[in-house]
Design a protein around this ligand. Structure first.
Ligand code: ZN
Ligand code: ZN
Length: 152
């Protein structure tokens, strides 16, 4: 996940649209039995200025996890919008977040994107908003019917 700022400058480009896919580290997932079921995708506009670079766009990724109530495998697609300013090393003292500092005219988005995913990830997954879950007594999926144990 590297943006080569020097190359953009050499091409005389002030802005460029980028699009790429990347593997997401499974370590980011906190939901039990969850997996990232597709690669992450970034679509962004890179704007190059003399002493800073703006990157704005969307990050899309997919998580497959058991529904936290009924355990049915559920796929959720997350889209995160972002808009960030990255600074060169020479302006390091103006920015506390090291993920937003780039070195030798190359922006490594890895830490920044991981952070975005971490803040965006839901803590649990539901197959649908009103999932009824499983009967605590017999384990029947209450979305499919009533086992009779359920007391209103
Ligand atoms: Zn469910
Ligand atoms: Zn039951």
């Amino acid at each position: 996940m590297i943006i080569d700022v020097l190359k953009l400058r050499q091409k005389g480009k002030k802005e460029e649209n980028i699009e790429f896919l990347f593997d997401i580290s499974p370590d980011l997932l906190q939901i039990p039995s969850a997996v990232f079921s597709t690669q992450g995708k970034i679509c962004a506009l890179v704007e190059v200025y003399d002493n800073e670079v703006y990157v704005s766009g969307t990050l899309t990724y997919q998580v497959t996890a058991p529904c936290s109530r009924c355990l049915k495998q559920t796929v959720i697609t997350q889209t995160v919008e972002f808009d960030e300013r990255f600074l060169p090393e020479s302006r390091m003292d103006e920015e506390e977040d090291l993920a937003l500092i780039y070195k030798r005219d190359k922006i490594d988005l890895t830490d920044y994107i991981n952070e975005l995913i971490l803040t965006d990830l839901p803590i649990s997954v539901l197959c649908k908003e009103d999932c009824k879950g499983l009967c605590p007594q017999c384990g029947m999926d209450l979305n499919t019917g009533d086992c009779g144990h359920h007391i209103e």
